[in-house]
Design a protein around this ligand. Structure first.
Ligand SMILES: Cc1ncc(COP(=O)(O)O)c(C=O)c1O
Length: 469
């Protein structure tokens, strides 16, 4: 059979709300043209994120009822620990409430020194953390600790229409040159994000992970993986990398993580959970420091910031995500949306990534310069036209200012259409493509935006915008 179908059937549904274009225009204005400020119930198809938005399985919901809420030594923790150790293979697994809590623990520890009383001093200055591409929260947690986040993705990863099977790969030559330039002692950890969310949900090859690990070992630098979408990455390896065709996704995952010293994970992605995450590592000293910080800020080590029931849902979700019929459907359904947009000359990052389609807003709206945020213009337009919510991944999210306050634009101006797991059907996706195709007909009339209010960190979440005349 050629048709790839959803490997599940629907047991419970949630009504969506329809609004008129006039209503949506008012809603958008009230939200200061920032989709993060639109009430969820006013959204018809929500492609803002694939994070925490998955449909949980009947077995996950059963786990929610079965969760053990003991403060210490909960049986749900032990199930969570057993599953995560089997898959990721690290010695220590610490639950946290979501991915950024894992990042905060990692970077607070690695970008600071401890004084004789165990207090943090000398935060960050002069320390660097390379990655293929840091995601927004990763970058913010580094910068918040005075460190410098450095992106070293391969050149192909910066050009939307260039085809490459592993566009998320790290540029190995740049990595080694960078280490030599700033000195290994100033790089407390090197990361790699699988798949590369900032760069189009593009995978990283096993060969590249292995090579980054080898370089890190040579210079005695810790190597951590941002594991959010590990299963999608593993399935891409199975499909695209020689020698892995016959290996199971579990075996591929175990091999990927065997090259690393630890990982950070948001279970809101490839664990089908609505909340949760963990940080894992082999290093004893880092474990002790992480545990201390966890207990001060998240909770005791057998629950982190989670309820016992959340750990049950994560453990179950991690077993389910490894099912290859699911991963085959997942990657194909993302690709399906990408194909529809491409057929209608809407430029996207090619080839399609795992969890999302990334529209190249610079290519789509060439008349809007980066200073007028073309990605934000697309995001506002698809909400107005069809009630679809998406997120800008461009100069709103990653732009910086120079000393004179002039915008230094991001490498790419993208709009991410993130597909929640097991949530939308093929006709929902057909509708999304239809909205884009209609919008494209009068795209020359679309105008840019300016920012009227913004915070210092992670501005895209709360910045306010105004449309340009
Ligand atoms: C690659 C990557 N790392 C880290 C995070 C942060 O995870 P969380 O939202 O659970 O804090 C995200 C979330 O979108 C992500 O995509």
């Amino acid at each position: 059979m050629k048709t790839i179908i959803e490997p599940f059937k629907i047991k419970s549904v949630e009504q969506v709300k329809f609004t008129t274009k006039e209503e949506r225009e008012k809603i958008l204005k009230k939200a200061f043209y920032n989709p993060f400020m639109i009430p969820g119930e006013d959204v018809l198809i929500d492609l803002l994120t694939d994070s925490g938005t998955s449909a949980m399985s009947a077995k996950q919901w059963a786990g929610i009822l079965d969760g053990d809420e003991s403060y210490a030594g909960s049986k749900s923790y032990f199930r969570f620990e057993k599953v995560t150790k089997k898959i990721f293979g690290f010695k220590h697994i610490i639950p946290v409430h979501q991915g950024r809590a894992a990042e905060r623990i990692l970077f607070t520890n690695l970008l600071s020194d401890l004084d004789s009383n165990g207090r943090y001093v000398n935060a960050g200055e002069g320390r660097y953390i390379p990655n293929n591409n840091h995601f927004d929260t990763t970058r913010a947690n580094i910068e918040f600790n005075n460190g410098t986040a450095v992106d070293l993705v391969i050149e192909e990863g910066k050009h939307p229409s260039v085809i490459h099977p592993f566009k998320g790969n790290m540029d190995l030559e740049k990595l080694e040159n960078f280490i030599k330039k700033v000195g290994a002692k100033n790089i407390p950890v090197c990361m790699i994000t699988i798949t590369n969310n900032t760069g189009g949900g593009q995978p990283v090859s096993m060969e590249n992970i292995k090579a980054v690990s080898r370089i890190c070992k040579k210079y005695k630098i810790k190597f951590f993986i941002d594991a959010c979408r590990f299963a999608e990455n593993a399935y891409f390896i199975k499909m695209r990398e020689k020698g892995f065709e016959k290996k199971s996704v579990l075996e591929i995952t175990q091999e990927m993580f065997s090259y690393a010293d630890g990982c950070t994970m948001s279970a809101k992605k490839d664990a089908f959970a609505n909340i949760g995450g963990f940080i894992a590592m082999n290093d004893e000293e880092l474990y002790m420091q992480s545990k201390n910080l966890l207990i001060i800020t998240e909770g005791f080590e057998t629950y982190g910031g989670l309820a016992g029931r959340d750990m049950e849902a994560i453990a179950q979700g991690l077993e389910e995500i490894l099912e290859e019929s699911y991963l085959q459907y997942r990657l194909r359904s993302t690709e399906y949306l990408g194909e529809k947009l491409l057929e209608n000359n809407i430029p996207i990052i090619q080839p399609p990534g795992g969890h999302a389609i990334y529209v190249d807003a610079k290519g789509f709206l060439p008349h809007i310069p980066p200073e007028q945020y073309p990605g934000q213009a697309v995001v506002c337009e698809i909400y107005k036209s069809g009630g679809i919510r998406a997120v800008e991944i461009g100069s709103v999210m990653f732009g910086q200012y120079d000393k004179k306050g002039k915008l230094i634009p991001a490498e790419m101006e993208l709009v991410r259409l993130a597909i929640p797991r097991r949530v939308y059907t093929q006709s929902h996706i057909d509708y999304v493509a239809e909205v884009f195709i209609e919008m494209a007909k009068s795209k020359k009339k679309i105008k840019g935006y300016r920012i009227i209010e913004e915070p210092k960190f992670l501005r895209h979440f709360t910045a306010k915008f105004a449309p340009l005349k």
